[in-house]
Design a protein around this ligand. Structure first.
Ligand code: SF4
Ligand code: SF4
Length: 197
């Protein structure tokens, strides 16, 4: 997979890209202004202007298929369901899943992930990992946005324990309560930027 596209001369000069950005911003602004003025005189009532959602103070309803933060699902005995088969890591277009497998002491279990990490700064939340998993060991049904951790990019790497704990939290609290706690943390992010996983 080609990871980094070469920039053209125009892109390297930046002015053209800045100009394109300004044109998009102003066209959206003028379009919105036109809709607003029309609605002031009773026209275009059905047309919805672009709006800015002031997250986390405002939240729009999520679609039922919304893909939130990952979690590793658990067996009945609380151990991780993942068999370290690498299918999720192979399917991941961002190459942000890192797995280290280990032999299991139970001869009926072939292997399990000694280390399972997702770099959430690289993740594009496409859900391919969930689709690829043959044993339903990874899900994105937590209903919550990616967390904002510290300024250190390493803090955004979610490890196996974090992903397993999230499954327990989903069972105990439910996605609605988890989302509400997440929103409170995000609202206080300037006071307490170091949030827990
Ligand atoms: S959601 Fe997509 S980008 Fe993120 S870990 Fe899964 S496959 Fe990779
Ligand atoms: S999460 Fe699923 S696809 Fe990924 S390594 Fe584990 S079992 Fe395989």
């Amino acid at each position: 997979m080609k990871r980094r596209e070469e920039m053209t001369l125009l892109e390297r000069l930046y002015f053209w890209e800045v100009f394109k950005g300004v044109v998009i911003t102003f066209s959206n602004f003028l379009g919105n202004l036109a809709i607003y003025l029309c609605q002031c005189v009773g026209l275009c009532k059905k047309k919805r202007p672009w709006v800015t959602v002031e997250y986390p103070d405002q939240v729009t309803p999520y679609a039922p298929r919304y893909r939130g933060r990952h979690r590793l699902t658990l067996k009945d005995d609380g151990s991780v369901k993942c068999t370290a088969c690498y299918l999720c890591a192979t399917a991941c277009p961002a190459q942000c899943i890192h797995i280290e497998p280990e032999e299991h002491e139970d001869p009926t279990v072939e292997k399990f992930p000694k280390r399972y990490e997702i770099d959430t700064l690289l993740c594009i939340y496409c859900g391919y990992c969930v689709e690829a998993c043959p044993v339903d060991a990874i899900r994105m049904d937590s209903g919550i946005h990616p967390e904002v951790y510290t300024a250190d990019p390493r803090a955004f790497i979610e490890d196996k324990q974090t992903l397993m704990q999230r499954s327990i939290a989903v069972q105990k609290q439910g996605p609605t309560e988890m989302l509400s706690q997440h929103l409170k943390r995000m609202q206080n992010i300037e006071k307490a930027p170091f949030s827990a996983k």
